[in-house]
Design a protein around this ligand. Structure first.
Ligand code: NAP
Length: 254
């Protein structure tokens, strides 16, 4: 039984959040956990079916349904139109794409698109949201374990490393205003992005066998870290990155 005062600290009742990539994977799980904690959520994604499913899952969980918006985060005009001058307490940047190739196989077009979505997309959301954000407020950026090392995939890895750097820089810039900026670095999780690899038992086992906690992370594991960073439990945490990877990054180079 959780003590009532703890539930109070976890509660996001009366807060407003915007989540990108909310039609799938981590963004969807983050949306649902924020709703369950009592926040109202503007859920954005480029894909309509995914948003419809997120709304249906919210209804099934008997929580308030999110507002939804069909937005390509790389499109600055669309982002500005979706966010307007709304006042958000929490911003979660989760929209992202992967270009799973070597330097040789990565085309300039792939490079540009991955940077446009994963990095400029994040910038577009921050530019639109921050001027109107509540103080205190919390920004949560989804980076990746891959932003910490040189595993593979140059375009994707570059954006995730840049998100870590941007998070630290903005923590310094926005901290004095009362806005905290943190990131989460997931390990390998079964979502739309990794379905091809991780839905095959051999792909999943390959990761699980190398992960100290011997399983593949779930989107809900990341959403729990989002809940922590969104609310008052993390009131003195900014400029931090939380690795949620079952320990994979700590052993992967051995
Ligand atoms: P996902 O299931 O594919 O979810 C990403 C969502 O973002 C999808 O609904 C996707 O739509 C949407 N999206 C793509 N481009 C967009 C755009 N331009 N504007 C708005 N929405 C867009 O993948 P995920 O694993 O949840 O990814 C969420 C974040 O976690 C990403 O930043 C990813 O880099 C990061 N991450 C994931 C893993 C992992 O193992 N899965 C590990 C570390 C970090 P479409 O499906 O139409 O593309």
């Amino acid at each position: 039984m959780v003590h009532a005062s703890l539930l109070e600290v976890l509660s996001l009742s009366g807060r407003r959040a915007v989540v990108t990539g909310a039609g799938s994977g981590i963004g969807r799980a983050a949306t649902l956990v924020l709703l369950k904690a009592g926040a109202s959520v503007l859920a954005l994604d480029i894909e309509e079916d995914g948003l419809t499913k997120t709304r249906a899952l919210a209804a099934k969980a008997a929580v308030r349904e999110p507002d939804v918006g069909l937005v390509d985060v790389s499109d600055v005009m669309a982002v500005n139109a979706a966010l307007g001058a709304e006042r958000f307490d929490v911003v979660v940047n989760s929209a992202g794409i992967m270009a799973p190739d070597s330097l040789e196989a990565t085309s300039s077009r792939d490079w540009d698109r991955v940077l446009a979505v994963n990095l400029a997309g994040c910038f577009n959301i921050l530019k639109a949201a921050v001027p109107h954000m509540s103080r205190p407020g919390s920004i949560i950026q989804i980076s990746s374990m891959m932003g910490h090392g040189g595993l593979a995939f140059p375009a994707y890895t570059s954006t995730k490393g840049a998100i870590l750097a941007l998070t630290r820089q903005l923590a310094g810039e926005l901290g004095p205003e009362g806005i905290r900026v943190n990131s989460i670095s997931p390990g390998m999780i079964l979502t739309g992005m990794t379905r091809v690899h991780l839905s095959r038992p051999e792909g999943r086992d390959h990761i699980a066998d190398r992960t100290p906690l011997r399983t593949v992370c779930a989107p809900e594991d990341i959403a729990n870290a989002v809940l922590y960073l969104a609310g008052d439990l993390s009131a003195f945490v900014t400029g931090a990155d939380i690795l949620v990877d079952g320990g994979l990054a700590s052993v992967i180079n051995l």
